[in-house]
Design a protein around this ligand. Structure first.
Ligand SMILES: CC(C)(COP(=O)(O)OP(=O)(O)OC[C@H]1O[C@@H](n2cnc3c(N)ncnc32)[C@H](O)[C@@H]1OP(=O)(O)O)[C@@H](O)C(=O)NCCC(=O)NCCS
Length: 101
């Protein structure tokens, strides 16, 4: 997503396989946070994966990333699992979040 002058303010990557979708990465430029950019990106991706037949959307988030977790909860995700020591540098668990589409 770009601003009116063409600068990128946020991006999202996702994939769909076998009726399930996964958000691989989502980030908003720090100067543009808390203005609805993340919500717009996620709503756009939900729309796109729904059109490709996905009914569940998953993602992983660092256990310490409470800001992103607050965002995802607002966006209707709930925790469905945990992957111990999933991340490196620093080593940390991943929470698995999901929402129905
Ligand atoms: C998580 C992130 C994408 C949110 O993007 P954003 O553009 O700031 O989010 P929005 O402005 O669209 O917020 C949508 C809702 O989430 C809430 N929210 C967003 N960030 C929040 C935070 N840090 N704490 C609490 N609530 C938050 C907003 O208040 C808003 O709720 P509302 O509609 O009731 O007002 C952004 O903080 C980010 O890029 N973080 C760093 C990268 C990251 O952690 N990505 C996720 C890795 S899996």
């Amino acid at each position: 997503m770009s601003d009116s002058e063409g600068r990128v303010v946020g991006y999202v990557f996702a994939r769909v396989a076998a009726g399930e979708a996964e958000v691989l990465n989502l980030a908003v430029d720090p100067e543009h946070r808390l203005r609805g950019v993340g919500r717009s990106l996620l709503e756009e991706i939900i729309d796109r994966v729904a059109r490709r037949g996905a009914s569940l959307l998953f993602l992983e988030v660092r256990a310490s990333n409470t800001e992103a977790q607050a965002f995802y909860r607002k966006m209707g995700f709930r925790q469905v699992g945990r992957r111990p020591n999933y991340y490196d540098r620093p080593r940390e668990d991943a929470l698995i979040l999901a929402r129905e589409i």
